[in-house]
Design a binder for this molecule. Structure first.
Ligand SMILES: Cc1cc2nc3c(=O)[nH]c(=O)nc-3n(C[C@H](O)[C@H](O)[C@H](O)COP(=O)(O)O)c2cc1C
Length: 150
């Protein structure tokens, strides 16, 4: 099964976290893409998608992720059968909007029929652990072995 890691970032932290996830999955068929360069039509329900996304504004998606989700909202592809996992990035100093970016990703994919698997990762930039370090630990918890090809 192909693993497609899509990151949405403003300043590059989510990209480094996505690369750390890819390192953990090394040896498998893994591709890493910036959401800013990824066409919604290239989503394949047979692939396992890992969404790594930060939060900006007042609990919004980062600028780099906006075109991808605008396309998703416009085209409303049927994602039934697609499995995905989410590692979100945020900062608890933002209070109620903590980690909304990753949650928006999960809500939008689920609304189109996709199924989230594994623990929803949430990095807090106020904690001493770096995002890529936490992402590496999180990636090892993904239930990859139980994902049979569709
Ligand atoms: C202007 C600005 C607004 C932010 N807004 C939020 C927010 O609403 N909620 C949140 O959890 N984190 C928020 N953050 C924190 C970022 O999501 C966090 O620093 C993240 O690690 C950045 O990842 P990136 O470099 O991949 O964009 C904000 C950061 C900045 C600079």
């Amino acid at each position: 099964m192909r693993m497609v890691i899509l990151f949405g970032t403003e300043m590059g932290t989510a990209e480094r976290a996505a690369e750390a996830v890819a390192d953990v999955l090394a040896g498998r068929d893994v591709a890493v893409h910036d959401m800013a360069d990824f066409d919604v039509d290239d989503l394949n329900i047979q692939d396992f998608h890992i969404l790594v996304c930060s939060t900006y504004g007042s609990g919004d998606l980062p600028t780099g992720a906006e075109p991808f989700f605008e396309q998703l909202d416009d085209r409303l592809p049927d994602l039934t059968g697609l499995r995905f996992a989410v590692f979100g990035l945020g900062d608890t100093v933002y209070g109620d909007t903590f980690n909304r970016g990753g949650e928006i990703c999960a809500e939008k994919f689920a609304a189109l029929g996709a199924v989230q698997v594994g623990e929803h990762g949430r990095h807090d930039a106020s904690e001493p652990t770096r995002a890529h370090e936490q992402a590496r630990v999180w990636a090892r918890t993904l239930p990859i072995g139980t994902l049979a090809a569709v």
